[in-house]
Ligand binder design. Structure first.
Ligand code: HEC
Length: 104
């Protein structure tokens, strides 16, 4: 019985981890990202994802970047940066670049 509970807990834990895994930047994303944002690096994408997950998951689930086009993200971000009380331009740039790089 104890083992069963452990296995069950493990399954839940693993599935919780994998649900946001596709949001993490992968090497395969870099090519498209650089077409959209010339000069962007893997480090920029990773920092952007980190900033995004830290600042944008407090009120709702993390939205998948592919839910919107780059053009749709812009006005959403103008609104959400205010909600997240983000004022640091570099942080905003990293989040925006990450989302646009992986957008629809
Ligand atoms: C203080 C709470 C809060 C934080 C922090 C927050 N959001 Fe939101 N978000 C909302 C609410 C509330 C809505 C529902 C629509 C609205 O009120 O505009 C929303 C809706 C959205 C939507 C759906 C599109 C829309 O306009 O309805 C997206 C995408 C989104 N947020 C992205 C983000 C991103 C990116 C960040 C980080 C920069 C973020 N949110 C941080 C509260 C928050």
């Amino acid at each position: 019985m104890k083992q069963l509970v452990t296995i069950f807990a493990l399954i839940i834990f693993i599935s919780a981890c994998t649900t946001t895994q596709h949001l993490q930047p992968a090497d395969a994303d870099l090519f498209l990202a650089q077409q959209r944002i010339p000069g962007i690096t893997m480090t920029d994408l990773q920092r952007g994802y980190k900033m995004y997950s830290l600042n944008c998951s407090g009120c709702h689930r993390l939205h998948d970047p592919v839910e919107y086009t780059a053009g749709q993200w812009k006005p959403i971000l103008d609104k959400m940066f205010v909600k997240a009380r983000l004022s640091d331009d570099r942080q905003k740039q990293l989040i925006s670049n990450y989302l646009v790089a992986k957008s629809k």
